[in-house]
Design a protein around this ligand. Structure first.
Ligand code: DGI
Ligand code: FE
Ligand code: FE
Ligand code: FE
Length: 187
């Protein structure tokens, strides 16, 4: 699928603000894919569709999680986590993208997971550092992203976990698995 067709499809699912974020993620993911040797076309498509399900009603997402035998523990954690696996499912069934590497990059863009592929890392990091993001620590991760993919990711996950800890929020196990796996990778 070409970029323009993909953008036209996803635009209908998003607010204008979220669409601008998506453009930023797309441009950043392409840059990171070139730098770290991921498939550039797959990075582009995964980035375009990564937040496809962001604005689906919670009830619809819950039903899909149950009916499609996704991890049920998702339902006990923050609803913010749901749009990633549900997005992968809807991008497959509604948009017709069947490439599992692309779908996994969408599926794991919020939590990450152990042993992420370079493509998954690129999309996760692009989502975190795209130019529209403005939160404490993002500049440091942008700098690290120019030097070392894993080190940039570790800092992003550390920031996310710290943010969740401060807000007394649950931490989804895959988020911890992402951190542990990356630390093992750089040892
Ligand atoms: O969809 P985006 O806003 O572009 O970004 P995202 O898909 O990375 O979602 C980020 C949100 O998900 C953010 O509010 C933090 C939350 N989140 C990420 N990992 C966890 C989490 N929330 C909980 N409770 N637990 C997690 O492990
Ligand atoms: Fe997201
Ligand atoms: Fe993210
Ligand atoms: Fe996003």
């Amino acid at each position: 699928m070409e970029r323009q067709e993909a953008l036209t499809i996803v635009k209908k699912q998003l607010t204008e603000h979220r669409y601008q974020h998506t453009i930023g993620v797309m441009e950043t993911a392409i840059e990171l894919a070139k730098r770290y040797g991921a498939d550039v076309k797959k990075a582009e498509l995964a980035a375009i569709f990564h937040d496809y399900a962001k604005f689906r009603p919670k009830e619809e997402m819950k039903q899909i999680i149950l009916e499609q035998n996704m991890p049920k523990d998702l339902l006990s954690y923050n609803t913010e986590l749901w749009h990633a696996p549900v997005g992968a499912y809807l991008v497959k069934t509604e948009v017709g993208i069947s490439d599992e590497e692309i779908l996994n990059a969408i599926r794991y863009h919020t939590s990450g997971r152990a042993n992420m592929t370079v493509l998954e890392k690129v999309v996760y990091l692009a989502d975190y550092i795209e130019p529209g993001r403005i939160f404490p620590g993002v500049e440091e991760v942008r700098d690290l992203a120019k030097q070392d993919l894993n080190k940039a990711l570790i800092r992003a996950v550390q920031n996310t976990i710290q943010f969740l800890l401060k807000k007394n929020q649950l931490i989804y196990p895959d988020t911890i698995h992402t951190y542990n796996s990356l630390i093992m990778e750089i040892k």
